[in-house]
Design a protein. Structure first.
Length: 136
């Protein structure tokens, strides 16, 4: 059984997933539209729940920004130093955790970087290093 090169990808994956969920709930809120007055009780409930979910996930994403940056940097380091992998990620990938730290300043700009950058890195990582095992 092959040992995992790095398990720091968990922090990247969780934060990327939260970023995707944030966009889903925000899109749902925008599609439902904050109509005044609401067409029905069900419409009002879906609108309020999608807004609450988007705000809650945005707050969790804000809190997990440091975890994302640390996980990204450590995963990059361990993969680039692992002798059993042929892929050595470029140093350009390290701009993603640095930009992600801007989430504390301008979350609207950096949330797409966290989401798209994390998804791209994980996809590239799984192609060149192998699919990570989900065991703990």
């Amino acid at each position: 059984m092959m040992t995992s090169v790095s398990r720091w990808w968990y922090g990247i994956a969780v934060t990327t997933l939260l970023g995707m969920l944030l966009y889903v709930f925000a899109l749902l809120f925008v599609l439902m539209g904050p109509n005044q007055p609401a067409g029905s009780d069900g419409e009002l409930l879906v609108t309020v729940l999608s807004l609450v979910a988007a705000v809650s996930i945005a707050f969790a994403l804000y809190i997990l920004t440091f975890v994302y940056s640390l996980s990204f940097a450590l995963d990059w380091y361990y993969i680039s130093k692992a002798p059993e992998t042929e892929w050595s990620p470029t140093k350009w990938y390290l701009t993603l955790p640095l930009v992600a730290l801007g989430n504390f300043i301008i979350p609207v700009v950096t949330t797409p970087v966290i989401t798209v950058g994390g998804a791209h890195y994980l996809r590239k990582r799984s192609q060149l290093v192998g699919k990570p095992k989900l065991d703990i």
